[in-house]
Design a protein around this ligand. Structure first.
Ligand code: ADP
Ligand code: ADP
Length: 226
């Protein structure tokens, strides 16, 4: 089974705009995968459909073999998503942002607190645990979103344009952490419009343009053709 299997995925928004025109994409378990494309290509739409923030028009999506139309709750257990926009309660403390998320997955409070500590420490946010999240810098907010996405220890971590607003130093430590997760077996999928980012980090890559996959290959093979 693939971590993610997308077949002939189409999305037409309510205004008639066709954002996805039949996307086919397979992501293997344990992969470090980039979905690369310019602004407006359909990356966020694809991610939105994976985590059911956006309704698809047609096509099939399976997450670890589970069809999202048949068992979305089951499929979602495997997914951790770091969206582009910060969408946590800004008046909550850093610690509580992470712990609150655990409630959605029925994780017992004691375990939630243990994991919150573990991931906030790994993401260099532990000294901010009692700070209201609105006080954090952009890079810290991004790392908080990552910690929150990991609370249920998902098999797949999806990051939508993760380096937006993160400075170079922090970016490096963030990537170290994500690489480590991948080495421990988590499948990583990120979207980006920077080829360099995809090329430095990822093993496989799909290029999307105007709602269509125009290339789907290993990063090694892609670099040979350039
Ligand atoms: P769906 O078909 O999934 O229900 P909608 O067409 O209702 O999606 O739009 C979802 C949200 O995206 C709305 O809140 C809308 O304001 C916003 N939106 C509308 N047009 C655009 C656009 N061109 N780019 C980004 N967001 C948009
Ligand atoms: P990307 O993430 O690659 O920048 P998106 O998936 O956000 O691309 O958007 C793909 C296209 O769909 C863009 O042209 C965008 O304007 C349009 N779009 C996104 N959301 C909506 C919406 N809710 N309604 C109408 N058009 C949308």
């Amino acid at each position: 089974t693939y971590a993610i299997e997308i077949k002939d995925l189409k999305k037409r928004y309510d205004n008639g705009f066709e954002a996805l025109k039949g996307v086919d994409l397979n992501v293997e378990q344990g992969d470090f995968f980039a979905l690369l494309g310019p602004n407006g290509a359909g990356k966020s739409t694809t991610i939105g459909i994976l985590c059911s923030l956006v309704n698809k028009s047609s096509g099939r999506v399976r997450i670890f073999g589970v069809d999202i139309d048949e068992d979305f709750a089951g499929a979602k257990l495997h997914l951790g998503v770091v969206p582009q926009e910060f969408n946590f309660n800004v008046f909550e403390t850093v610690f509580n942002v992470v712990v609150t998320q655990a409630g959605f997955y029925g994780i017992p409070l004691e375990l939630a607190k243990e994991r919150a500590e573990k991931y906030l420490k790994k993401l260099d946010l532990w000294d901010k645990k009692d700070t209201q999240s609105r006080m954090l810098s952009g890079g810290m907010k991004r790392r908080l979103m990552i910690a929150r996405a990991l609370i249920h220890e998902p098999k797949i971590l999806i990051l939508d344009e993760p380096t937006a607003g993160v400075d170079i130093e922090l970016r490096r430590s963030m990537w170290e952490f994500i690489k480590e997760l991948n080495e421990q077996g988590t499948t990583i999928i990120l979207t980006t419009h920077y080829l360099e980012e995809a090329e430095q980090l990822c093993r496989n890559i799909a290029i999307i343009n105007s709602g269509e996959i125009v290339e789907n290959t290993s990063v090694k093979a892609l670099l040979k053709t350039l």
